[in-house]
Design a protein around this ligand. Structure first.
Ligand SMILES: CCCCCCCC/C=C\CCCCCCCC(=O)N[C@@H](CO[C@@H]1OC[C@@H](O)[C@H](O)[C@H]1O)[C@H](O)/C=C/CCCCCCCCCCCCC
Ligand SMILES: O=c1ccn([C@@H]2O[C@H](COP(=O)(O)OP(=O)(O)O)[C@@H](O)[C@H]2O)c(=O)[nH]1
Length: 428
């Protein structure tokens, strides 16, 4: 049995460690709390900045008309099945009515039986004065089906500037004039991009969810990245200087081994010293068939790409959204005060964040259907809550992604390999 003296005696070294431990916990928790507060505050600042930028930058009718306008070749990659073409005609027609003096439109399709073919043919007949081509067919020059489709159009494009613009976009008549004005600001500008937003003819839950995503999380990050000269540009609508594309990327062919051709194109241009501008017109996606399921599938598909291209950024993504950062903020502030409960701080943070998001959405919106508040709130909450499930869904089946009608294995670094061709029902 131990003597009382032995029981109570503590070695000097242990005492020293104990002191160290208590001093570590003395600064560790407050230190972490401060980090959480600073991190969340910087996000609030980013959000506030994005709202101000959107108010100042977008939809300002301050542009003069270009008189000696350089020619532009518009490339429209199309791939459609029967059910999807309901609103396609509206989208494509908007490119025939641009207030720009010198341009050609090149529609690119892979198969003769594509549902977009009769729509394009009708529009070509309706606007005989607009130089326009419909190119069908082409070879697989790489694994990216959008590039495989566009390459034939790129080869035939006659102008120095090409505007690559997805089928789901509808253009305001002044868009091209605005983009070209920005392009001509400097010879170092390689590309003018449009911030993706949504202006769907169909005002349903799917299109509202898309609008909330592009008008909040996506818009805020892309605006901030643009202002900080970080590369975060999506390929939906970009006016490109061919010289830059050729020199930095080796043309479209040089990007054909990537599914995320937009990201690698802009990174390569950035590394070669070219610069970018952002149009004052957001890209108006008039989604052909917007559904909630379609939205989540798109988000999972894009997350799969980002996980492999930029794993570091993907890990940070949930922390850059309201609920996770709000939790960190409320725990951090809660550590320093007892006068307000952690839950109340979290709710205030969330309410502030939602209000700023609402302001950003309305700052980007110029026309089209607005989201009624009683729908905005639940859909906003759903969108915020879905970030982590989307990430996990993408992580659980990380190697399989899609675009077009095939499955791909994306390697770390972003190069892709085609696994198989599958039916539309298998795609996700
Ligand atoms: C305290 C500061 C904390 C900052 C935390 C920042 C965390 C970043 C959070 C989110 C990242 C958002 C990424 C936005 C892009 C999402 C869209 C996307 O994934 N698009 C991909 C697919 O696009 C289609 O691909 C097929 C093509 O044919 C179509 O035409 C395309 O539209 C696309 O490939 C990816 C593009 C770019 C991704 C770049 C992400 C870089 C993010 C760095 C942000 C750093 C900015 C810091 C600002 C705070
Ligand atoms: O096999 C394909 C798949 C897509 N696209 C075109 O590529 C663009 C982007 O495709 P999608 O809208 O599916 O991409 P998302 O924006 O959803 O990533 C659109 O113009 C499509 O018509 C194409 O030309 N061939």
């Amino acid at each position: 049995m131990e003597s009382p003296t032995e029981f109570t005696s503590i070695p000097a070294s242990a005492l020293k460690n104990g002191e160290d431990n208590s001093s570590v916990s003395d600064w560790l928790v407050p230190g972490l709390s401060i980090v959480c507060i600073l991190f969340a505050s910087s996000l609030l600042l980013i959000q506030f900045f994005a709202v101000c930028f959107a108010r100042y930058h977008f939809h300002r009718q301050k542009n003069h008309k270009l008189t000696k306008a350089p020619g532009v070749s518009i490339l429209k990659p199309l791939r459609f099945t029967d059910q999807e073409v309901k609103y396609l005609s509206d989208n494509l027609e908007s490119f025939f009515t641009l207030a720009y003096p010198k341009y050609e439109i090149i529609f690119c399709v892979r198969e003769y039986d594509d549902s977009s073919v009769p729509i394009v043919e009708k529009l070509i007949k309706k606007y005989p004065n607009i130089p326009c081509k419909l190119l069908i067919g082409g070879n697989d020059i790489g694994i990216n089906p959008k590039i495989n489709n566009m390459q034939k159009g790129y080869e035939q494009a006659k102008y120095e500037f090409v505007w690559i613009c997805d089928a789901g976009i509808r253009a305001h008549p002044d868009t091209l004039n605005d983009m070209m004005l920005r392009m001509l600001e400097s010879k170092s500008v390689a590309l003018v991009h449009q911030l993706p937003f949504v202006d769907s003819v169909q005002a349903n839950m799917g299109s509202y969810l898309e609008k909330i995503y592009f008008g909040t999380q996506h818009g805020r990050i892309q605006i901030t990245a643009h202002c900080l000269k970080q590369v975060c540009i999506t390929g939906m609508s970009n006016l490109i200087r061919r010289q830059a594309l050729e020199e930095a990327c080796g043309g479209l062919i040089g990007l054909s081994s990537y599914i995320a051709e937009d990201y690698f194109m802009t990174i390569k241009m950035h590394e070669a010293g070219w610069t970018f501008r952002m149009s004052t017109y957001p890209a108006l996606q008039n989604l052909i068939n917007p559904t909630m399921r379609g939205f989540f599938r798109r988000m999972v598909r894009w997350s799969r790409l980002r996980i492999k291209m930029l794993p570091g950024v993907t890990v940070v993504e949930p922390f850059s959204e309201c609920f996770v950062s709000g939790l960190l903020f409320s725990l951090g502030v809660g550590h320093f005060t007892d006068s307000i409960s952690t839950i109340a701080i979290f709710l205030l943070y969330t309410a502030w964040w939602m209000t700023m998001d609402l302001m950003l959405v309305s700052g980007l919106q110029s026309c089209g259907s607005r989201i009624p508040l009683h729908k905005f709130i639940p859909l906003w909450i759903l969108r915020e809550l879905s970030t982590i499930p989307i990430l996990f869904t993408a992580l659980l089946r990380p190697d399989v992604t899609w675009i077009g009608s095939a499955k791909y294995k994306i390697g770390f670094g972003g190069k892709a390999e085609k696994i198989n061709t599958c039916q539309n029902d298998d795609l996700q």
